[in-house]
Design a protein around this ligand. Structure first.
Ligand SMILES: [Zn+2]
Length: 435
């Protein structure tokens, strides 16, 4: 007789517990599971706010929280545990000498490296504290400009990483860009010109609490570490921004245990609020939010598959950046409207940035292209090559910001909006949609 073992709680629990001691995961953290695609579609699981990892060979892979597992179990959805198939990647390419996180930055290592840059380039680099997380860690930005201590109201460009804790490569690319600008300022007229005419703001780790959790407890953690009312942990910071926050329950989830939980209110989370305050305080003209993985360049909208009024401009910039990236060593980054190329997301950073300012904003999903090539795990030896292939696109976007300063009329409107807007936008949620 065939034993429907996935439906036997005792065996299922035993299997869960058997892997638990290896890496303090499972009981609190969940499992990677697969569901047959026909089952997935028949049960409408695409609308349940699950954290989808990939589709392969007729199966949908899901990073399932304990709540998700319980729900799948209660609904008698047949699923298979796949966690052990993925965890070998955990140790790939990480040298023991670098600690658990190898050459990737921990929060403390990043702070140290930012302060070293500030010390070595005092005229050009300044470490700024943007805010504090729930676990009392600081969120740091590195401001790079000539006369860095002065307020010059130059066109500013924003590069952020690590909204999602497990996307470690997204810390390294913006950090290395800042380091590159500073180290090459003296020797490269091109870099000197860009830095002299702009302000480059780099926030490598938006989510330090989540990042530390991925290093020390559970490598697949995505959200921040908010303790939710139902006893679960975490809000998806990249669903917590105000523009079309909670537009539907597909692009974000109202369920606290979900990996795409949007929080109790727009900007309820200190991490998203820190980015908001920085963004509204400067004359930002372009931005990139780095994530991984997929090799995509995504522009708004994300909340609905419809064009913004600047679709043609955004598409042209994305096409140019994709071409610049491919020219370095042939890596192909697809580009397109976020909701069309990826899936719908509401309350994300780039929709908000575009929604309140109309400037070109992009999500770049860094390598690898899929989970079979490592998923959230890039060999640390690949960090520099991934940065190098993104460098020309980042330089191009910085130059684009300089070439496209806002007109005096637009700037006057922006100043008026800043002066008139209340200190927090959170109470305005859906209204917050101009221009
Ligand atoms: Zn992400």
């Amino acid at each position: 007789m065939r034993i429907p073992r996935l439906f036997l709680p005792a065996l299922w629990l035993a299997a869960l517990l058997a892997v638990a001691p290896a890496r303090a995961r499972s009981a609190e953290n969940g499992e990677i599971v697969s569901v047959a695609k026909r089952e997935f579609l028949a049960r409408g699981l695409g609308r349940k706010g699950l954290d989808l990892l990939m589709e392969k060979n007729g199966k949908i892979y899901i990073v399932a929280s304990p709540g998700d597992l319980a729900a799948l179990f209660a609904a008698r959805v047949p699923f298979s545990r796949e966690t052990d198939r993925f965890f070998p990647f955990d140790q790939t390419g990480i040298s023991p000498s670098g600690g658990l996180n190898g050459a990737y930055h921990s929060t403390l290592e990043l702070e140290t490296d930012l302060r070293v840059l500030e010390r070595d380039y005092p005229q050009l680099a300044k470490v700024v504290e943007l805010g504090e997380t729930l676990e009392k860690r600081k969120i740091y930005a590195l401001k790079i400009s000539d006369n860095v201590s002065l307020e010059e109201n130059e066109p500013a460009v924003l590069f952020v990483g690590c909204h999602h804790a497990r996307e470690w490569i997204s810390v390294e690319v913006p950090f290395l860009f800042g380091k590159y600008l500073l180290e090459n300022y003296a020797g490269s007229p091109e870099v000197q010109d860009l830095v002299n005419r702009s302000e480059v703001w780099i926030v490598p780790i938006v989510n330090p609490d989540g990042l530390e959790y991925t290093i020390h407890v559970y490598r697949y953690w995505r959200k921040n570490r908010r303790f939710n009312a139902d006893g679960s942990y975490g809000v998806d910071i990249n669903r917590n921004y105000a523009y079309q926050w909670g537009y539907d329950n597909v692009g974000s989830s109202p369920g606290p245990a979900s990996d795409i939980y949007r929080g109790t209110a727009p900007f309820s989370e200190p991490e998203a609020d820190a980015v908001r305050r920085l963004f509204l305080s400067r004359n930002f003209r372009a931005m990139i939010s780095f994530h991984s993985f997929a090799q995509d360049i995504l522009y708004p909208w994300g909340y609905v598959n419809a064009p913004t009024p600047k679709e043609a401009e955004l598409d042209a910039i994305a096409r140019t950046m994709s071409g610049l990236i491919a020219a370095v060593r042939g890596t192909v980054y697809a580009y397109g409207r976020a909701a069309g190329l990826l899936y719908t997301t509401n309350g994300d950073t780039v929709d908000w940035v575009f929604g309140v300012s109309g400037i070109p904003g992009f999500t770049i999903e860094l390598p690898p292209v899929d989970v079979e090539h490592g998923g959230f795990f890039n060999d640390e030896a690949a960090i520099d090559a991934i940065f190098r292939e993104n460098l020309p696109a980042m330089l191009y976007l910085t130059d684009y910001a300089i070439q496209h300063p806002s007109s005096p009329a637009v700037r006057a409107l922006e100043w008026a909006r800043r002066l008139l807007s209340p200190p927090r936008l959170k109470f305005f949620g859906r209204i917050d949609k101009a221009p």
